[in-house]
Design a protein around this ligand. Sequence first.
Ligand code: SF4
Length: 367
Amino acid sequence: MTETLSTPAPLGAPPPRDVLLEVRNLRTSFRVLDGVVPAVDGISFSLRRGQTLGIVGESGSGKSVTALTIMRLIDIPPGVIGEGSEVWFDGQELLSIPLGKMRRIRGNDIAMIFQEPLTSLNPVFTIGDQIAEQVQLHLKVSKKEAWDRAIEAIRLVGIPSPERRVKQYPHEMSGGMRQRVMIAMGISCEPKLLIADEPTTALDVTIQAQILELLKTIQQRTRSALLLITHDLGVVAEMVDNVIVMYTGQIVEQGTVDQVLLQPRAPYTMGLIESIPTVEKRGGRLSVITGVVPSPFNLPPACRFEPRCPYRWDLCRRVEPDLYPAGAAGQLARCHLHTPEGEGRRQPALEAHKVNMTAGRAFGKSR
Ligand code: SF4
């Protein structure tokens, strides 16, 4: 059984010991020629040791900027981290520590796997050199020990003949193999937290399944926590304990994976799930979320999903919704349907979602 997300502690105090990562009121924006773009707008969440958390959203929803801010990989300027933002990792507040200390944490305690391995690997060094360099830098071991660890990491990610493969260059490997190398690099220093940003997006479907299975196995074996960033709800269904859904830089829904995928409470999440094509829907019309994501320079004044929401009413144009308790314990949704004002509209919206879903089960028999 999965646990619910814990409620973030008040600002300033470190979270309880079992919480490995806690993000509080994180706001990241960028100064550009036309003004300031709010990329992440006041998000808070926590991740316990050894657990998996998925962040889901369309392009531009702020999920990757969240990960890069946690890693302190945002250039400042043009990036701006809002006052009062906090990122607690293993008892330390990362946004306020010196950069040198942050560099030691990066790669050592927190590792990140990026979407496109070819742009993350150096083409002029062998993969063994690249993994061993990182191990030597962070773990301060001998060259020989670092090389042995590189071979072991390559073996762990299921690449055959690791002693021979470590001497190869990135261009000598397929896309799937390169992504395995990125995972090997990520786990070579046994991090407490692995952040995977769309780790399978650039791969074909069969390789995707192998890489996800591998990530799961390694995460269970090393007992590291996993923060998985994806636009793919199918990947979330397979991989994570808890999930956060983001829209225009805000969290619009959060809860356990079963709560959010099987009984979504925010109309945006409902729309995302209804629009997944399934075998049962073959031949019929696919559901879509009408309209487009609003420009960050011209966000709707209250609920940001209002122009696209089939359940909107005048309150949604006047008052910005907060995250409210919705449905099962611990589940939260940013929607007025879950306030006393939305009382009479809530049930019809949930019924409409149920009807839309009778056309097909989006997440297979396991859910
Ligand atoms: S607050 Fe209103 S417009 Fe926004 S998601 Fe809820 S029902 Fe739709």
